[in-house]
Design a protein. Structure first.
Length: 105
C-alpha cells in the first residue's frame, strides 16, 4: 500500500512540475514580450498585443486542461494500483503489436 501511495505522489509531482514549467515559460515569454517594446515600431505593437493575448489564452488553457484531466488521471492511477498484472499484460501486448508493425517496415 505504501508503494502505491509513493507512486501516486511521484506521478502527481511530475504532473505538477510539467504544468508549472509550462506556466513559467508562458510568463517568461510575456516578460520578454514586454521588454522588447522599445525595439521596434507601431506594427510590432499590434503583433505584441496579439501575442500577449495568445499567451493569456494559453495560460488559461493550461489551467482548464489541468482541471479536466484530474479525474481521468486519478481513475487511471486507481485502476493501475488495483490491477498491476493486467496493466503489465496490456502494456506488453501493446508493445508487441507496435513492434510487429514497426518491424514490417
Amino acid at each position: 500500500m505504501a508503494r502505491k501511495t509513493a507512486a501516486q505522489n511521484a506521478a502527481e509531482q511530475i504532473k505538477d512540475q510539467a504544468f508549472s514549467e509550462l506556466a513559467a515559460l508562458i510568463e517568461e515569454s510575456d516578460k520578454l514580450l514586454k521588454d522588447s517594446a522599445a525595439l521596434v515600431g507601431e506594427e510590432a505593437e499590434t503583433v505584441r498585443e496579439q501575442l500577449s493575448l495568445k499567451l493569456k489564452q494559453a495560460l488559461e488553457s493550461v489551467g482548464s486542461v489541468r482541471e479536466r484531466t484530474k479525474p481521468a488521471v486519478e481513475a487511471t492511477e486507481n485502476y493501475i494500483g488495483g490491477h498491476p498484472w493486467q496493466t503489465v499484460a496490456v502494456s506488453a501486448g501493446f508493445g508487441l503489436v507496435v513492434g510487429l508493425l514497426l518491424g514490417r517496415r
